[in-house]
Write a protein that binds this ligand. Structure first.
Ligand code: SF4
Length: 351
């Protein structure tokens, strides 16, 4: 995927592109503005005007939703395991540090969505957000795209779900409440573990797990049920029984309506970055990881089942409701073979 395909605005000039941009994006760069700001030291924002904002999930996906909206590409939360890293390669951007610091911002996302929802061809299907990168990452504090997106969804009573690690979602609590009054709204917060040391090294740009659980609590207090996607459970670093117990207990204390475990998976792009981090920080684990992920991106079924069973048992012990893909209350997926290609690669990651 190249820039011209992403935006459909090949001729749009840069406002103040820097000298390196032309080389980075090619002669027909479509970045409308490239921004470095002291407020976000080391981060570059590439503001673009996208051509479309609602993307169809590829037919082969196992996800229980069909449509997604992603106003950003790249994520300053910088999780070393981030499954979306590879999507930066579609833009000819680096999937390591570049993913953490080169953020593409679809500045016209709210107006595009409103137009899409108004279309007679749209039938009010469920829209999932936060399925690729976090829509409440720090950049959202600057660009404020989500309020316009939520207003459009509210005005058209369009069901939606959000998955996030960002505490910024509480800024939009009123809008979420208003939307929940007229349509089906599902919120999930991603908390794979509460281990402080692990958090600092593995998810360096994210709010602390406790702060994310505060979000769960605040949403529950506001009458908007919030589930926890316990993702990822990281083999040999975050999967000890006492670690799983501490996490599920904290979810219960926060009032999470469900807890759904997801074991780390390592797709191309994420795998290289994670393994180089592992070699640097935990070299003794490299061989164990190579064996566990010898078959590909996923840990073996027996391992996944063991973690799932442990978490389910703990959820029951702590009185958390039936575990399911909380927040993703999408309708059944229709047969999607032969469906049109998404306007951009819709790589679903579930943080
Ligand atoms: S896992 Fe989620 S929060 Fe972390 S970097 Fe990726 S998109 Fe951002």
């Amino acid at each position: 995927m190249r820039w011209e395909n992403l935006t459909g605005l090949r001729d749009e000039p840069m406002d103040h592109g820097r000298a390196g941009d032309a080389a980075l994006f090619g002669a027909d760069a479509v970045v409308t503005r490239t921004v470095d700001t002291p407020e976000f030291s080391g981060v570059t924002f590439h503001e673009i005007r996208a051509r479309s904002i609602v993307n169809r999930v590829p037919g082969a996906s196992r996800m229980p939703f069909e449509w997604t909206v992603n106003p950003y590409r790249g994520c300053t939360h910088a999780c070393v395991y981030c499954f979306a890293r590879n999507t930066h390669s579609y833009l000819d951007l680096d999937t390591g540090l570049g993913f953490d610091s080169q953020i593409v911002v679809k500045v016209n996302a709210p107006e595009l969505l409103r137009r899409h929802l108004a279309s007679r061809r749209w039938h009010g299907e469920h829209i999932a957000m936060g399925t690729n990168v976090d829509c409440y990452q720090r950049a959202e504090g600057r660009y404020r795209l989500m309020p316009g997106i939520l207003e459009a969804l509210r005005d058209y009573a369009n069901p939606f779900s959000i998955l996030t690690k960002g505490t910024l979602i509480l800024r939009d609590l009123d809008l979420l409440r208003q939307a929940a009054d007229v349509t089906d709204v599902g919120i999930s917060v991603s908390v794979g573990f509460v281990d402080q040391e692990l958090w600092r090294t593995v998810e360096p740009g994210t709010p602390a797990p406790e702060r994310r659980l505060d979000v769960v609590r605040a949403l529950s207090d506001a009458g908007i049920g919030c589930g926890v996607l316990m993702a990822p459970v990281i083999p040999f670093l975050g999967d000890r029984p006492d670690q799983l117990r501490a996490t599920v207990a904290a979810v219960a204390r926060a009032g999470g309506t469900s807890v759904t475990p997801l074991v780390l998976h390592l797709r191309p792009g994420a795998r290289e970055w994670f393994m180089s981090w592992l070699a640097h920080t935990h070299p003794h684990l490299v061989r164990r990881y190579e064996r566990l992920y010898a078959e590909g991106a996923y840990a073996p079924k027996w391992y996944q089942r063991r973690v799932t069973r442990q978490v389910h048992e703990l959820a029951e012990e702590f009185g958390i409701g039936p575990s399911r893909a909380a927040g993703f209350r999408a309708p059944r997926l229709p047969e999607q073979r032969g469906a049109p290609r998404p306007a951009e690669p819709t790589q679903l990651t579930l943080m």
